[in-house]
Ligand binder design. Structure first.
Ligand code: NAG
Ligand code: NAG
Ligand code: NAG
Ligand code: NAG
Ligand code: NAG
Length: 546
């Protein structure tokens, strides 16, 4: 017992000793650092000349910089860019590229002319320096009842559009069912007077049952202005939206009218990319190459924020003309600071969905006359033909079937959604003859069941008939309404590559997991796809030197 107490006391003393030793060590360390950091101060206060201090600093940083000796600093000229002092003309060209919705050319041609309606104080042509911009790409109109942020304007002369030649303006208004009366001021080439009309409609690009149906929240709209008969032969160069006829506009949008001599087959539109942290670059290469093999003529990306590696991929494909990237912001008071915007979009799903409708509809309208079909896809989705090899062949067979049922084209042709979930593979291992970085080629197990007809579908939209688009279906259509042909799953389906089902399908997802089948349709393109992807990755420096 005594021995036991003795050991206890000894141990206690030992702990104390260790404690005080540690305290002493810390103190001495602290003193040492203080003394060291004090040294330059001491040198400064003593009367050593600056030259020596500089020399000392140079010595101190010698490993990191190669500052030349002091004498030569007196004459050295740093390498600044002396070439890029830009002329106004060159700057204007760059501005036009960055702000395609600004009528730069038209304004330059007319800025010195007296252009107005009736007299100097009515509907004066606005200078581009007096417009109200919002979050870089938007132009605003403040009315007596609602703020408008306008994104772009388009000339619509589609045969099926019953309102005749018109300009449609895409933007967001912080009102539901806006009642404020506004006017379009159209500006034409060789006209000093604008043509002014009352707007025809505010077309809401959303269903109120989806939520966010509140005054004060910015809502997507397509605003229509008919062009009067007297001017049916001409395309307006630009348009302004004002409240009263004589108002001097705070916005002036170039009217987009792209009509190439030859229509191409398929355009794909991708909503504002928000992948700042997630480096999906390699998967993006596989997706772009696969879509190209399937027959996408061009992919139109909108970009909020992306990882630098994704930019590298997009820049590459843009330089070879396969993709087009449009930078995008959220209008009004919504956040555009990189990481913060991502959090906002994750937390505010309805706002995210409403904002997405701007790039989707811009993509439709800028390509109105350029493609037979327009598909809105995410970068984890592929419309996969089953019996044919390409989208063109697919649509040829689908059109025969659709026209046999009803002899007219549809507003859209939809494919059923089926999940290729990430973990379906892991129980089966990797395919050894396929590089591991080929995500889609490696993931060939899918759930047996499709999601229900018309749910989570994707479409080939028919730009001759679609008036407004939403992610899955058109929201409004010209002529016969929004007819959609549902493709047989034996002809095509939507391969949806995800880690998990969408949140709303949590319960069904468990069942999907329990019933998986192997589906190797994609392997038809294996050889071509591996070679294209690997060449691109290699040329972009994604592989270590082997
Ligand atoms: C200019 O024209 C408008 C519209 O016709 C008219 O209401 C206004 O009185 C005119 N202003 C002047 C100064 O003449
Ligand atoms: C403002 O517009 C809303 C519809 O967006 C309408 O309900 C309201 O009555 C309008 N207010 C006024 C003062 O006109
Ligand atoms: C289908 O309609 C087109 C014109 O839209 C017509 O030329 C064609 O003959 C019609 N076909 C059938 C089978 O009715
Ligand atoms: C999957 O399909 C089978 C019939 O093939 C059906 O009995 C089952 O309910 C479906 N499951 C789901 C989640 O739709
Ligand atoms: C991708 O990003 C990482 C992290 O910034 C970087 O180390 C790597 O070099 C990038 N890859 C390419 C091909 O630039």
């Amino acid at each position: 017992m005594a021995a036991f107490i003795g050991i206890g006391v000894l141990r206690h003393m030992l702990y104390r000793l260790i404690f005080w030793a540690a305290v002493l060590l810390c103190l001495s360390q602290l003193l040492l650092t203080l003394w060291r950091s004090d040294r330059p101060m001491a040198m400064k206060s003593s009367n050593i000349n600056t030259r020596m201090i500089l020399q000392n600093m140079i010595d101190f940083h010698i490993a990191r910089t190669t500052t030349p000796p002091y004498e030569s600093l007196l004459t050295v000229e740093p390498w600044v860019d002396k070439l890029s002092v830009q002329s106004e003309k060159l700057i204007m060209d760059q501005v036009q590229k960055r702000l395609p919705n600004l009528p730069v050319t038209y304004w330059n041609q007319n800025k010195n002319k007296a252009m107005f309606y009736k007299n100097e104080s009515c509907a004066k042509f606005p200078s581009i320096y007096e417009l109200e911009f919002n979050n870089v790409y938007w132009q605003s109109l403040q009315t007596s009842n609602g703020s408008f942020h306008l994104y772009s304007a388009y000339y619509d002369v589609r045969k099926l559009s019953r309102i005749g030649p018109a300009v449609r303006i895409l933007g967001m208004i912080n009102r539901i069912e806006p009642t404020v009366k506004t006017h379009c001021q159209f500006w034409f080439d060789d006209h000093k007077q604008p043509v002014i009309v009352k707007i025809m409609e505010y077309k809401y690009i959303w269903y109120k049952k989806w939520g966010n149906y509140k005054q004060g929240i910015f809502q997507p709209y397509l605003i229509a202005c008919q062009i009067p008969k007297s001017h049916h032969h001409a395309v307006p160069a630009s348009v302004s939206l004002v409240e009263n006829v004589c108002d001097k506009a705070t916005n002036n949008l170039r009217v987009v009218y792209n009509r190439p001599a030859v229509k191409k087959g398929f355009a794909v539109c991708v909503k504002g990319l928000d992948f700042l942290y997630e480096d999906l670059s390699v998967r993006l290469v596989e997706w772009i190459e696969l879509l190209h093999i399937l027959g996408a003529d061009k992919i139109f990306f909108y970009q909020l924020q992306v990882h630098p590696n994704i930019s590298k991929v997009l820049d590459h494909y843009e330089s070879v003309g396969r993709v087009h990237v449009t930078p995008l912001t959220l209008p009004g008071g919504q956040p555009n600071v990189p990481g913060f915007q991502h959090l906002y979009l994750t937390k505010k799903v309805n706002h995210k969905r409403q904002n997405e409708l701007i790039p989707y509809n811009d993509c439709l309208y800028r390509n109105l006359y350029s493609y037979d079909y327009i598909a809105l896809l995410d970068i984890d989705e592929v419309i996969m033909p089953i019996r044919t090899r390409t989208w063109k062949e697919l649509m040829e067979t689908v059109m025969v079937k659709a026209l046999a049922i009803r002899n007219e084209t549809r507003a859209s042709y939809n494919v059923r959604n089926v999940y290729f979930l990430d973990d379906l593979i892991h129980t089966h291992g990797w395919f050894k003859t396929i590089p591991k970085y080929m995500h889609m080629l490696q993931h060939v197990y899918r759930s047996k069941n499709y999601t229900k007809p018309n749910q989570y579908v994707k479409c080939f939209h028919n730009p001759e008939r679609a008036l407004t688009l939403h992610n899955h279906f058109p929201l409004a259509c010209l002529s016969q309404g929004c007819t959609s042909y549902a493709m047989d799953t034996a002809d095509a389906h939507l391969q949806h590559y995800r880690a998990d089902c969408v949140k709303t399908l949590k319960k069904t997802c468990t069942e999907f997991r329990q019933n998986s089948v192997i589906d190797t349709t994609i392997w038809r393109y294996k050889r071509d796809l591996i070679s294209r992807v690997s060449n691109t990755l290699s040329s972009l420096g994604f592989f270590p030197a082997i």
